[in-house]
Design a binder for this molecule. Structure first.
Ligand SMILES: [Zn+2]
Length: 238
């Protein structure tokens, strides 16, 4: 048995439909319910996903800076029910702190800079995001070829690029097609494709929307909470 989670930050339900991403939709798809959370925050949502528990208070208590350093222990996640799991670049678990911190900083600098001088920052920001994506993609596809019972790959590029380029349909469509192509290459008995939250337009920019996206090759989950996936996957495994 091989279980795969293809985690895509900010994959937006409406865009999956608009760009007709059949592989991302799989057999069953829908929106997740994240209304138990005060805001759609990446770190909070992935931490809650992997533990099956609402981690909002615990993570917010760490404060704005420290929350990004959250490292949940293997034994506190549902990953521990597998014999040989591989987790790639997941926030709250093992993501590349330096890469993600740099993009958060550039994003902040971008908005603090006058419009005329923003171009260079945007170029560096986008370039970093694409480069990191390439690395994660290579690692994910290589790991899928190996003999693991569980593989989770987390992809931040749609979120990172979306924040500053959501109004650029050409770029966003290219990225959704890229994700759709990656999905087409995944061969798994159980495949969950999941986003923490989606994205909505704020002018030319993007901000998190108040629901996430899910799809599976095994059952219609309707409108599940992000904390329910741990037990859904446990039930399938047992
Ligand atoms: Zn984001």
């Amino acid at each position: 048995m091989k279980t795969v989670v293809f985690g895509i930050d900010a994959l937006e339900y409406d865009k999956v439909l608009e760009f007709q991403c059949a592989n991302l939709k799989q057999k069953f798809f829908g929106k997740t319910d994240i209304t138990d959370f005060s805001q759609p925050r990446t770190m909070v949502l992935w931490s809650s996903f992997m533990t099956g528990m609402n981690k909002e208070n615990e993570i917010l208590e760490r404060g704005d800076k420290e929350m990004w350093n959250t490292r949940i222990k293997f034994e506190d996640t549902f990953f521990s029910m597998f014999k040989d799991p591989v987790i790639i670049d997941l926030p709250g678990y093992n993501y590349d702190l330096a890469v993600h911190e740099k993009s958060r900083k550039l994003l902040k600098t971008f908005f603090e800079t006058k419009s005329e001088s923003r171009k260079k920052i945007l170029e560096e920001y986008n370039k970093d995001a694409f480069e990191h994506h390439k690395k994660v993609k290579e690692q994910f596809l290589k790991t899928l070829e190996e003999d693991h019972d569980f593989v989770l790959g987390y992809f931040s590029v749609i979120d990172v690029i979306g924040h500053l380029n959501f109004g650029n349909t050409a770029i966003m469509k290219m990225l959704y097609k890229e994700m759709d192509e990656i999905a087409s290459k995944i061969d798994a008995d159980t495949l969950l494709i999941l986003s923490d939250h989606g994205m909505k337009a704020i002018g030319d920019f993007g901000d998190h929307s108040e629901y996430g996206f899910w799809s599976t090759n095994f059952s219609d989950l309707k409108n599940p909470k992000i904390t329910e996936f741990a037990s859904i996957l446990k039930d399938i495994e047992n």
